[in-house]
Design a protein around this ligand. Structure first.
Ligand SMILES: Nc1ncnc2c1ncn2[C@@H]1O[C@H](COP(=O)(O)OP(=O)(O)OP(=O)(O)O)[C@@H](O)[C@H]1O
Length: 478
C-alpha cells in the first residue's frame, strides 16, 4: 500500500525530527522543511497528502503559507502549529481554509489523530487515549461504535500480584456467576470498565454482548432513545426503528458508566427495568421483556448525590447490590511494577519496538508520582515513553514533559519535607551543606512570608544571590 506523505514545515529542528520519527513509525512518509519557501518548493516537486506548518516561520507567516499552499493544491489539508498567543490567528486561518490547528506544546499523538481525521486514514495503529481532563464529551456516533458486542481477551488486562488486586479479583469471581447488579466505585482511570468486563467474562453471559454506555456523554435529548431505543416516527429524525443499549445487551451485560449523570426521567425508566425487567421504546405503547445483567460505575459517592436529591433513593438501594471499590493507583503501589511491565510489553508490541523495561531512576519517579489519571495515565505515559525511547530501556528523558514537570514539583516538595523533618540521608558533606542551606532559605522565606527581598536580608545575602540559590536548588516555583 502506498504510504501517505506528510510535509512538516517548522524552523524548530527538534520538533521536525521528533514528528518525522513519530509519523514514520506510524506508516507515513515524511518530508521536512525549515523555511516557508523551502516547504513551498518541496510541495511543487512532490506529491504531498498533508501539510503541517508552523504559523510563525522565519520567512513567512501562517496566512502567507496557507495562500501559497492552496494556490498549488486547493484540496490539500493544512494543519497549523501555533503558540497560545496566536490562537486567534489560527482560528482565522481555519476560516481561510486550514483544516485544523494545534497549539504548542505539541503532543504527537494529538496531531496524529488530526492527521488521521484529515486523511480519513485508518491504516495507522497507534491509538492514545486522551486524558479525561482533555477529553471532550464523546458524540453519540462514537458511543454507537462502542456498542458492538465486545469481547476482551485476557491479554488486554492483568491481575497484579498485590493484596488489594487479589481481593478485588476474589470479589469479581464471587459475584460474576450471579445476576446481581454490581456497583463499581473508583476514580477515573482506575479500571472500572475493565473490572465490569472481567465480571462479564467470568459469568455465564460470556459470549453474549457486553455493552458499555457512558451516561456522562449521553446528550440529554437523545439519552432515552440511546438507552431504550425508539420506534419510527417517535420524533423528528426518527426515520426507522432503533434498538437501544438495553435491547442490544439482551442476554448479556449492560455497563452504565457514570450512572450519577443519568437524568431523573431516565432514572425512573431504569428503575422499571430493574424492578420488572421490561423496557419501552420511545414512542411505543408496548413493553418488551429484557434479560440484562446491569453493572454500574461511578466515581462519586452516590449516597451524597442521593442526599442532595440528585439521585433517586429507590434506584440507589436497588442497584446497590454488590459493591466493588477500586483503589487509586497511588494507594496501590504494590501493584505498580506489574502494571508497568504489562504496559511496557503491550506498548512495545503494538508499536513494533523492543523496549523491555525502565531504568531505576524512572521507576523511582513513578513510585513518587501520585497518578491522578490512574491506570489510564500510566498506560499513556508508558506508551509515549516506549515510543520515544532509543534503546530497550526507558529513561527519564523519554517521559512526557508534563509528567517531568509534575515530578520536579513533587521532588521539590519532598526535599523540603526531608529537610524540614531533618531526614538528610546522605553523608556527603556537599549534600549536608546543601540541605542546611535549603533549610535556612526555607525558614527565611517562611518568616518573610515569601518576600524574597526580606528573606535575603534575613539571610544576610543580596537578592540576586538568593535567586541564584533558589534557581540552583530548583526552588523558584515555591
Ligand atoms: N487490570 C488491568 N490491566 C491492564 N490494563 C488495565 C487494567 N485495568 C484498567 N486498565 C487500563 O486502564 C485504562 C482505564 O481503564 P478503564 O477505562 O476501565 O477505567 P475507568 O475507571 O472505567 O475509567 P473512567 O472512569 O474514566 O471511565 C484502560 O486503558 C484500561 O485498558
Amino acid at each position: 500500500m502506498v504510504k501517505k506523505k506528510i510535509l512538516i514545515i517548522d524552523d524548530d529542528v527538534d520538533i521536525c525530527m521528533l514528528l518525522k520519527r513519530f509519523f514514520e513509525r506510524n506508516n507515513y512518509d515524511v518530508e521536512i522543511a525549515f523555511k516557508g519557501k523551502e516547504g513551498i518548493d518541496l510541495l511543487k516537486d512532490n506529491k504531498v497528502d498533508l501539510v503541517l506548518t508552523d504559523f510563525r516561520l522565519p520567512d513567512k507567516n501562517g496566512f502567507e503559507m496557507l495562500e501559497a499552499i492552496k494556490s498549488i493544491n486547493e484540496e490539500i489539508p493544512v494543519i497549523i502549529i501555533t503558540g497560545y498567543s496566536e490562537v486567534n490567528q489560527a482560528i482565522k486561518a481555519i476560516r481561510l481554509g486550514a483544516h485544523e490547528y494545534v497549539t504548542k506544546p505539541i503532543y504527537p499523538e494529538e496531531i496524529l489523530l488530526l492527521i488521521q481525521d484529515a486523511l480519513s486514514d485508518s491504516t495507522t495503529n497507534v491509538e492514545f487515549e486522551k486524558e479525561s481532563t482533555f477529553s471532550e464529551q464523546k458524540p453519540v456516533e462514537q458511543e454507537n461504535d462502542k456498542r458492538n458486542p465486545s469481547q476482551v481477551s485476557s491479554d488486554t488486562y492483568i491481575i497484579p500480584n498485590s493484596e488489594s488486586s487479589k481481593k478485588i479479583q476474589q470479589l469479581i469471581n464471587l459475584v460474576a456467576p450471579t445476576n446481581m447488579t454490581v456497583v463499581i466505585i473508583g476514580e477515573s482511570g482506575t479500571g472500572k470498565e475493565v473490572a465490569a468486563r472481567m465480571i462479564h467474562d467470568a459469568s455465564e453471559r460470556k459470549g453474549q454482548a457486553f455493552i458499555p454506555v457512558d451516561c456522562g456523554a449521553l446528550p440529554q435529548e437523545l439519552a432515552s432513545s440511546e438507552l431504550f431505543g425508539h420506534v419510527k416516527g417517535a420524533f423528528t429524525g426518527a426515520t426507522s426503528d432503533k434498538k437501544g443499549s438495553f435491547e442490544l445487551a439482551h442476554n448479556g451485560t449492560l455497563f452504565l458508566d457514570e450512572i450519577g449523570n443519568l437524568s431523573y426521567e431516565n432514572q425512573v425508566k431504569l428503575l422499571r427495568v430493574l424492578q420488572e425487567r421490561v423496557i419501552r421504546k420511545v414512542g411505543s405503547e408496548k413493553d418488551k421483556s429484557i434479560d440484562v445483567r446491569i453493572i454500574v460505575a461511578t466515581n462519586e459517592d452516590l449516597s451524597v448525590a442521593m442526599e442532595k436529591g440528585d439521585f433517586r433513593e429507590d434506584i440507589y438501594y436497588r442497584i446497590n447490590e454488590f459493591k466493588i471499590e477500586l483503589p487509586p493507583l497511588r494507594n496501590n503501589h504494590e501493584a505498580l511494577n506489574d502494571y508497568i511491565q504489562f504496559f511496557i510489553d503491550k506498548a512495545s508490541d503494538e508499536l513494533g519496538m523492543k523496549v523491555s523495561s525502565l531504568n531505576e531512576e524512572v521507576l523511582k519517579l513513578f513510585s513518587l508520582y501520585d497518578w491522578p489519571g490512574n491506570l489510564r495515565e500510566l498506560k499513556n505515559v508508558i506508551k509515549y515513553a516506549v515510543l520515544m525511547s532509543e534503546g530497550s530501556i526507558i529513561e527519564k528523558q523519554n517521559l512526557p514533559v508534563d509528567i517531568l514537570k509534575a515530578l520536579k514539583n513533587l521532588q521539590n516538595k519532598n526535599s523540603f519535607r526531608g529537610v524540614k523533618e531533618g531526614q538528610e540521608e546522605s553523608l556527603l558533606l556537599k549534600d549536608i551543606t546543601a540541605n542546611a542551606e535549603i533549610k535556612a532559605i526555607l525558614n527565611a522565606l517562611e518568616i518573610a512570608n515569601n518576600n524574597k527581598t526580606q528573606a535575603a536580608e534575613i539571610l544576610g545575602i543580596d537578592r540576586k544571590t538568593l535567586y541564584n540559590k533558589l534557581n540552583n536548588y530548583d526552588l523558584l516555583d515555591t
